[in-house]
Design a protein around this ligand. Structure first.
Ligand code: FCB
Length: 433
């Protein structure tokens, strides 16, 4: 049970979820449709045709879920706000019932001594905005800032730390480049403006949140250490390009105010004067989601400048993702080496694994234990890491994989909605005590 000893005072352990993955109540209380409703209801897009219509029914079971968090003893809860509950048509007057739901959630957290850490965008864009071009349209950045201001106006007196976007790389790549996530567009490199418009939306939202008194603002990026397949020049070059697309495209403009050169050239048509200064609006912390490193080799297909190669010398999660705790240490010390004093404090806003062990989840316990150990070593090596949030509190709707991948500390029976804390829940609760 040594995993939580030896962390600096105030190190914050939390749990993460996202609205579409847990809330359900998709058409209730005036919520508008999001791109994920449309996508999941399109035949063939998700495993088994699963949708988030009901998910964990958290919308109706918030009290029980708050109780689970209190029992765990976490200091923070990272959840996301469903934009289509707040602006069902993507713009205009806020919808009172939507705001009321998050108001109750925030109050419930504070009553239990748990910090509320909302993410404003975890991929569920109002469908009405997608119909106007989604994140391919610059206008969406401004709509996002407007929405951020509305939410902060209502919750800002009780929320001190905000996250603008979740994993803009994954939303761009899966949603707009490859089409495996909503909105299901397969535009290849034509998807790149989605990166810039999300980042511009982030920068504008930072200002909107601050204008409403937000104490701390951050962005959550999915980051991965990139391993060249070999020492060959062609593999190394491909790895650099991949690192550019996955990591630096999103960290450099936020922390340094510029794009990596080759990406800046590709983005030139959509970057206006002054945009990078907005994107670089100072943030208070960087959220990092880490799951695994990525091995990359020289391209073998014409349409991509790199090739993904298997990492098969480590244990795999049920999802087939390699378990590499050292990769988290490598990532954190690498961020420090790259950005130096421009790197703000870091929170690991997601880390966890899917397993099919049911409630006897020793695999997850080992996973969390080792990754916490990696964070501790990174702190000892000089990286200012302030917190670690487990993905996820509950088994939930894992996007294109539907309900097949279980990431929860708490098992959910999706027939009955019965929640059963797993061994990992009890392990973490004991460690937190
Ligand atoms: C991340 C997502 C999160 C969850 C985990 C497993 O990329 O942010 O919603 O799906 O992966």
């Amino acid at each position: 049970m040594g995993s939580l000893t030896g962390f600096p005072d105030g190190f914050e352990v939390g749990v993460s979820t996202a609205a579409y993955q847990i809330e359900g109540a998709a058409a209730e209380d005036g919520r508008g449709p999001s791109i994920w409703d449309t996508f999941a209801h399109t035949p063939g897009k998700t495993l088994g045709g699963d949708t988030g219509d009901v998910a964990c029914d958290h919308y109706h079971r918030m009290g029980e879920d708050l109780g689970l968090m209190a029992g765990l003893g976490v200091a923070a809860y990272r959840f996301s706000i469903a934009w289509p509950r707040i602006q069902p048509d993507g713009s205009g007057e806020p919808h009172r019932l939507g705001l009321d739901f998050y108001d109750r959630l925030v109050d419930g957290l504070l009553e239990r001594g748990i910090a509320a850490v909302p993410t404003l965008f975890h991929w569920d864009l109002p469908q009405a905005l997608e119909d106007q071009g989604g994140w391919l349209s610059r206008e969406t950045s401004f709509r996002f800032a407007e929405y951020a201001g509305i939410v902060a106006d209502r919750l800002g007196d009780r929320v001190s730390r905000w996250i603008t976007l979740n994993e803009p790389i994954v939303h761009m790549a899966q949603g707009y480049a490859f089409g495996s996530h909503a909105p299901g567009q397969a535009l290849g490199f034509e998807a790149l403006p989605v990166a810039h418009h999300q980042l511009l939306g982030h920068g504008l939202a930072v200002a909107a949140l601050r204008a409403h008194g937000a104490a701390q603002v951050m962005i959550t990026n999915n980051c991965t250490p990139v391993w060249p397949a070999s020492g060959d020049e062609a593999d190394q070059a491909a790895a650099m390009i991949y690192d550019g697309f996955h990591n630096r495209l999103f960290n450099d403009p936020v922390l340094l105010g510029k794009y990596p050169d080759f990406l800046g050239a590709m983005l030139e048509p959509v970057v206006h004067d002054g945009d990078l200064a907005i994107i670089r609006t100072p943030i208070d912390a960087l959220g990092v989601n880490y799951y695994n490193p990525t091995r990359v080799g020289a391209p073998t297909q014409e349409d991509l400048p790199f090739d993904m190669r298997a990492i098969d010398e480590f244990p795999l999660t049920a999802f087939g993702w390699p378990v590499v705790p050292d990769g988290l240490h490598e990532l954190l010390t690498g961020l420090k080496a790259t950005y130096g004093d421009d790197l703000p404090p870091v929170y690991i806003t997601e880390n966890g694994c899917s397993t099919d062990e049911g409630t006897k989840d020793q695999f997850r316990i080992d996973y969390l234990d080792k990754h916490l150990g990696a964070v501790k070593r990174a702190i000892a090596d000089g990286v200012d890491v302030r917190g670690y949030y487990v993905w996820s509190l509950l088994d939930n709707f894992e996007w294109a994989e539907g309900y097949s991948q279980r990431f929860g500390l708490v098992h959910v029976d999706f027939e009955t909605q019965e929640r059963t804390p797993k061994d990992s829940y009890h392990w973490l609760a004991a460690a937190l005590r």
